[in-house]
Design a protein around this ligand. Structure first.
Ligand code: SF4
Ligand code: SF4
Length: 116
């Protein structure tokens, strides 16, 4: 699937690079993911290539998550190997905090300015 996502899901997959076995040594999550180019390889802080989820692509299906990990929203046949269990589903807003909205002006809210 490579259609643009209509809207962000409630949860998205997050890979813990410390737990990832290595992008080129494993990549089971990439095989499980139905969205093209959603799980990419990138260097961790030590320069080791690990998998990472693109927040603009993930549809929140949970198919990459280890079987038995309770954060996944649906049954799956396989996912990140249990020895590593490197992927959790997390609230989208926790991973990508919403843009702060401009504060309403006091006059817009019908409030009067404090007396000086
Ligand atoms: S939750 Fe689904 S779309 Fe997101 S990375 Fe995992 S398999 Fe891909
Ligand atoms: S399935 Fe898990 S251990 Fe394997 S590359 Fe993906 S995140 Fe890393």
């Amino acid at each position: 699937m490579n259609r643009p996502r209509k809207k962000p899901p409630k949860k998205i997959a997050v890979i813990d690079p410390e737990r990832c076995f290595g992008a080129f040594a494993c990549s089971i999550c990439q095989a499980a993911c139905p969205v093209e180019d959603c799980i990419i390889e990138e260097p961790d802080v030590y320069g080791r290539m690990v998998c990472a989820v693109r927040v603009d692509k993930c549809i929140g299906c949970g198919l990459c998550v280890t079987v038995g990990n309770p954060t996944a929203p649906q049954p799956r046949d396989f996912g990140c190997p249990p020895d590593y269990d490197a992927i959790d589903m997390e609230a989208f807003d926790d991973v990508v905090p919403p843009e702060p909205q401009p504060e309403a002006k006091a006059s817009d809210a019908g409030e009067s300015a404090p007396a000086s």
